[in-house]
Design a protein around this ligand. Structure first.
Ligand SMILES: [Cu+2]
Length: 228
């Protein structure tokens, strides 16, 4: 019996330790929080410099102001101090799945250098992370197929960052922009020339026959409104 109790206690301790090891991971049918960090300091940070509360919305409505985009976050850039602790409230306003992933973080604190929030539909999540002191620009995006390409991309700068990432909607140009070539065929040229000729001839006719057109207009007016 004693051995059984000791075993039970050992098992509970093991379970607790195991759960703590996965403290960064939280998952249910609504969403997921991975690699959250509320208290472990990066090696280069003696203390947390500032606490920043950031609310980030994700949804199709935020892409409307960006031509050709379909998904977006409501904000495309944040700038925080070195060693800042960021408390993120992530809100999904769509009925589809969206993620908020931050890449390039130190691997000893964030496995695979990644902080990851995910919502399987409309909802809200809260999680924190602590950033190192390095002056750097981190990629923030949704990794679902085509969501980043269609606009769900942003950047998190520490100490002003080390430059802009490409294709941040409203901030930076893409490395390779979509190109819509004009086909300068004979038909295209003919269409342009004919359009110009028609336009010019209308102007000339109006000038040359101005008197006649005016008297015609008068006649029509008199017929419609004889009292005048
Ligand atoms: Cu998404």
């Amino acid at each position: 019996m004693k051995q059984f109790l000791i075993g039970l206690v050992m098992f509970s301790v093991f379970q607790t330790v195991f759960a703590m090891e996965h403290g960064g991971m939280l998952m249910d049918e609504k969403g997921m929080i991975m690699n959250a960090n509320t208290d472990r300091l990066p090696r280069d940070c003696p203390q947390i410099s500032e606490n920043v509360d950031i609310t980030i919305h994700a949804g199709q409505q935020y892409a409307e102001k960006f031509t050709g985009k379909m998904f977006a976050f409501d904000t495309q850039e944040w700038d925080v101090k070195p060693c800042a602790k960021i408390n993120i409230t992530f809100i999904n306003d769509d009925q589809i799945r969206h993620q908020l992933m931050i890449h390039g973080l130190p691997g000893y604190l964030y496995p695979e250098g990644m902080f990851h929030l995910e919502l399987n539909g409309a909802g809200q999540l809260q999680a924190s992370l602590i950033l190192p002191s390095q002056k750097k620009t981190y990629l923030v995006h949704c990794e679902l197929p085509q969501h980043m390409e269609k606009g769900m991309k942003a950047q998190l700068k520490v100490d002003g960052g080390d430059g802009d990432l490409p294709s941040i909607p409203g901030i930076s140009a893409p490395i390779k922009a979509d190109l819509y070539k004009t086909d300068w065929s004979q038909l295209a040229w003919a269409t342009i020339i004919i359009s110009i000729l028609i336009g010019v001839s209308f102007v000339l006719i109006t000038i040359i026959y101005a008197d006649k057109l005016t008297s015609l207009a008068d006649k029509i007016t008199t017929k419609i409104n004889p009292k005048k």
